[in-house]
Design a binder for this molecule. Structure first.
Ligand code: CP3
Length: 349
């Protein structure tokens, strides 16, 4: 069998429609919860290559997926740049803050950042050595805007107002922070590719926060710079961009940034994905994680609408955002089976 994900991303017709799920390794899996309880700390899982490799592989043992995604987190970069990071039960991440030029200048850069992230690169190599031939390995990082928003807010925030204000004003220190993140993130993705990542995804989870002009300046432009640098260093390695909740900003995003595929959230109608967006880029998405919890015929209908609207050679079937902890495992099985079943009926793929 071919690597269906890589085939789609390089313009070839895949043997089947590729499937993976954002956050596919995680708390909806009992084997993840068990290991997580034994180890006690999420960050320890991330920084212990043997364990991170095991967790990366867990979803692939259960489901017939086409990709593995490195088990790590987008907040490891700010931590490696010198900010304190902890994950408190039920609260999400708590991170040291950066809110002025002094804060940006105090951040570490260069080789010391990559040294701290070396265990993650090690994980990539271990996973690459263990994957079945048809499975593609995805590396990732957060986009500069999304990572900056966590650094400015000091963790999760209901509306990211302080970060949005800095973006709207175009403060010098904010621009300097984005520039630093562009360069560190490219080096980090580059090290993942050197270790065996075959595709990389840039998560801009909070792209939808930005007004149109700020979206161009702080989401599109930094991602475009990252893609240009990556393409120069690693020609032929596909890049997936995920400007979540970008709305009208999805149109032309691939052209403006140079990404090979665009991840889309569940608000986007499948018809538009098929008729408009998939003509300019490969489309990744966009089953609603809540519909996956609902399961049953609700789920079947959502899968059918999507696979009927978007041709398999231009589609990576995924969710519109990460899978959530209360998702029943048999619903994931049902979704994968339904996609495979529809593949058989869709000779147009
Ligand atoms: O997708 C995968 O399976 C690979 C691993 C992965 C994780 N986080 C593991 C994780 C990936 C790709 C991410 C990306 C990530 N992390 C994003 C971008 C995607 C998105 O969901 O929007 C963001 C914004 C983060 C930051 C983050 N990490 C938050 C806000 C939280 C707390 C909320 C939550 O979901 O728990 C995390 C923790 C986290 N990252 C967990 C996992 C498995 C849960 C940790 C635990 O076991 O307690």
């Amino acid at each position: 069998m071919d690597k269906a994900l890589l085939s789609v991303l390089t313009g070839r017709t895949p043997e089947r429609r590729p499937i993976w799920m954002m956050r596919q390794a995680g708390r909806y899996l009992p084997e993840y919860r068990k290991l997580r309880t034994e180890v006690g700390s999420f960050l320890e899982l991330c920084y212990t290559p043997e364990l991170a490799c095991e967790v990366t592989l867990q979803p692939l043992r259960r489901f017939d997926l086409d990709a593995a995604i490195l088990f790590a987190d987008i907040l490891l970069i700010p931590q490696a740049m010198g900010l304190d990071l902890s994950f408190r039960e039920g609260e999400g991440p708590v991170l040291g803050t950066v809110r002025d030029m002094g804060g940006v200048e105090a951040l570490d850069g260069g080789d010391s950042v990559l040294d701290r992230l070396a265990p993650v690169t090690d994980t990539v190599g271990r996973v690459a050595a263990k994957l079945d031939d048809h499975v593609t390995l995805i590396g990732f990082c957060g986009a500069p805007w999304t990572v900056a928003s966590y650094m400015i807010e000091g963790g999760s925030s209901p509306d990211r107002r302080t970060a949005r204000l800095a973006a709207a004003r175009g403060d010098d220190w904010f621009e300097a922070l984005i520039d630093r993140l562009v360069s560190v993130s490219v080096d980090y993705l580059s090290s993942q590719i050197a270790a065996g990542a075959e595709v990389v995804q840039i998560f801009d989870s909070w792209a939808g926060d930005l007004a149109a002009a700020e979206f161009e300046r702080w989401s599109v432009a930094p991602v475009a710079r990252m893609v240009a640098m990556l393409k120069e260093r690693h020609p032929g390695v596909p890049v997936i961009g995920f400007p979540r909740a970008a709305g009208l900003g999805y149109e032309g995003f691939a052209r403006r940034t140079g990404v090979d595929a665009v991840g889309v959230d569940a608000s986007v109608p499948p018809r538009w994905l098929g008729d408009v967006l998939s003509r300019e880029a490969v489309v990744q998405g966009n089953i609603d994680p809540v519909v996956l919890i609902a399961g049953g015929e609700t789920l079947d209908r959502a899968v059918d609408r999507l696979t009927e609207a978007v041709p398999a050679r231009r589609h990576i079937l995924n969710l519109g955002h990460g899978i959530v902890p209360q998702t029943p495992i048999d619903h994931v099985e049902r979704m994968v089976a339904r996609v495979r079943h529809n593949d058989g009926r869709d000779a147009s793929g």
